[in-house]
Ligand binder design. Structure first.
Ligand SMILES: [Cu+2]
Length: 172
């Protein structure tokens, strides 16, 4: 049996290893830099700074009232959009908004934690955690007409995949 002394374990880096370590550092720097700088470049990458406490039951009622009032109608400028996530649907299922108008969109849950993902054809994505007891307010202006899908992105039970709603943006 051959026993190696301890020093034998460590050998100085060879050229290729140095190159790999340097490459990893360069990639890490680029990723770190773009992650931070992108939030300043693209204003869509905002995080809601406004939230208020709500009761889940009342929030569902508010969302149902909102859904009834604006069913098939375009939500007027200055009206807060109320969305509730419940197992396993969004209230309202469809919301009509005007392009070029900034809306306050408030989202909360009526039961468990859901996720709010807003997906457009142009890749627009807005992600937000939907918490029971907390309403988060997003300020969103849709630049052009189109259909934006709302999908639950947080597993919330067996019917999770059915939680699909939409925002239809019409000419302002
Ligand atoms: Cu869900």
């Amino acid at each position: 049996m051959v026993l190696r002394p301890r020093e034998d374990w460590f050998k100085p880096f060879i050229r290729e290893e140095r190159l790999w370590v340097a490459t990893a550092f360069v990639i890490a720097f680029i990723m770190g830099f773009t992650t931070v700088s992108w939030s300043f470049v693209d204003p869509r990458h905002q995080v809601p700074t406004e939230a208020y406490e709500v009761s889940p039951e009342e929030w569902v009622k508010r969302a149902q009232e909102f859904a009834e009032k604006y069913s098939g109608k375009v939500v007027p400028e200055g009206t807060e959009v109320v969305i509730a996530g419940v197992q396993f649907s969004w209230i309202p299922q469809e919301i009509k908004l005007k392009a070029g108008v900034e809306y306050r969109i408030a989202v909360s849950s009526g039961d468990v934690i859901h996720g709010f993902s807003l997906i457009g054809d142009d890749g627009t994505v807005y992600n937000l955690m939907v918490m029971p007891g907390m309403a988060y307010v997003m300020k969103i202006k849709f630049d052009k007409p189109g259909v934006y899908e709302i999908r639950c992105n947080e597993y919330c039970g067996v019917g999770h995949q059915f939680m699909v709603g939409r925002i239809v943006v019409v000419e302002g």
